[in-house]
Design a protein around this ligand. Structure first.
Ligand SMILES: CC(=O)[C@@H](O)[C@H](O)COP(=O)(O)O
Ligand SMILES: NCC(=O)COP(=O)(O)O
Length: 240
C-alpha cells in the first residue's frame, strides 16, 4: 500500500497571514486523519514562516497516524526531533533562504555528516529518510549513510509529466529500482498532485509513501478536504 501523508505547512501559512489560530493546524491534522490520510508531514523551517516550534509539539499530541518531520538537520532541528520523537524524520538539504526545497542531498560529499545524523535518529528509534534527486549514481552513497529510506524529490517529474510522461518518470524508476535492490524503502514528494499521482504511483516499484501538501491544499479549496483526500486515496489504492 502506498501511504498518503498530508503536508500541512500551507495550513500554517494561511494561519500566519493573520496571526491568531485560524485555521488551526491541530484541527486540520485531526480532520485529515479522520478523512483517511495515513500520515501527517510538517517541514518546520528556521524562520518559522509556516510551521512553528510550538506547532511541532502541539501536533505530537494529536497525530496518531505516521508523524513525519522534514527539515535541514541543524543542531536545533536535531534536538527538537529527538525530543518530539516522530515516527519518521526526513532529512532535506535546504538553504535557510530557500523558498521551498529545491534539491536532494549530495550523499557522496555529505557521507560522514549524514551517517552520523542517521545513526543518532535511528538510535532514538526514529525512522530516517534522505531526500534524493532521481539520480541512480547517488543511491549507493545514500545506502552507505545507513538510512532506512530515501524520499525521491519529484519536482522534476511534476514539471515534465504533462509534456512527456515516459521521459519524466524514467530516472525515478531507475533510482527506485536500485534503491529497492539495496533494501532502501522509497518515499516520494514535492509537487505531486491529483493530476500526476496515479501515474507516479503506478510506475515506481516499491513506493511506500507520498507526502503531498501544496497541490492537495490548493485542490481542497475547490473540492473540500475530505473529497480531496478521498480522491488521492482512490488513486493510490488502485495500485496497492
Ligand atoms: C521536502 C519537500 O519536498 C518540500 O516539499 C517541503 O516539505 C515543502 O516545504 P514548503 O511547504 O516550505 O515549500
Ligand atoms: N516531502 C514533500 C512534501 O511534504 C510536500 O511537498 P509539496 O506537495 O508541498 O510540494
Amino acid at each position: 500500500m502506498v501511504r498518503l501523508s498530508v503536508n500541512i505547512n500551507k495550513i500554517a501559512t494561511l494561519r500566519n497571514a493573520r496571526g491568531g489560530d485560524s485555521p488551526s493546524v491541530v484541527e486540520a491534522a485531526e480532520k485529515i486523519q479522520k478523512f483517511g490520510a495515513q500520515g501527517i508531514t510538517i517541514h518546520p523551517r528556521p524562520d518559522q514562516r509556516h510551521i512553528t516550534r510550538k506547532d511541532v509539539y502541539d501536533l505530537k499530541e494529536v497525530v496518531y497516524t505516521e508523524f513525519n518531520i522534514e527539515g535541514n538537520p541543524s543542531t536545533e532541528f536535531i534536538r527538537m526531533v529527538l525530543d518530539v520523537k516522530p515516527d519518521q524524520v526526513t532529512l532535506v538539504p535546504d538553504a535557510d533562504d530557500a523558498i521551498t526545497s529545491n534539491a536532494g542531498w549530495d550523499c557522496r560529499n555529505h557521507q560522514s555528516k549524514l551517517s552520523d545524523i542517521v545513526a543518532t535518529f535511528k538510535q532514538a528509534g526514529i525512522r530516517t529518510s534522505v531526500f534524493l534527486d532521481p539520480n541512480p549514481d547517488m543511491v549507493e552513497y545514500a545506502y552507505r549513510t545507513g538510512t532506512d529510506r530515501i524520499e525521491l524529490y519529484t519536482e522534476g517529474f511534476a514539471k515534465s509529466f504533462a509534456r512527456d510522461s515516459q521521459s519524466a518518470i524514467a530516472p525515478y524508476v531507475q533510482t527506485a529500482e536500485l534503491a529497492s535492490q539495496c533494501g532502501l524503502g522509497i518515499n516520494a514528494g514535492h509537487d505531486l498532485s491529483l493530476d500526476n499521482i496515479k501515474y507516479f504511483a503506478t510506475h515506481i516499484p516499491g513506493l511506500l509513501e507520498v507526502s503531498i501538501g501544496h497541490a492537495l491544499i490548493s485542490e481542497a479549496l475547490y473540492m473540500g478536504l475530505e473529497n480531496t483526500i478521498q480522491a488521492y486515496l482512490k488513486r493510490l489504492a488502485t495500485w496497492s
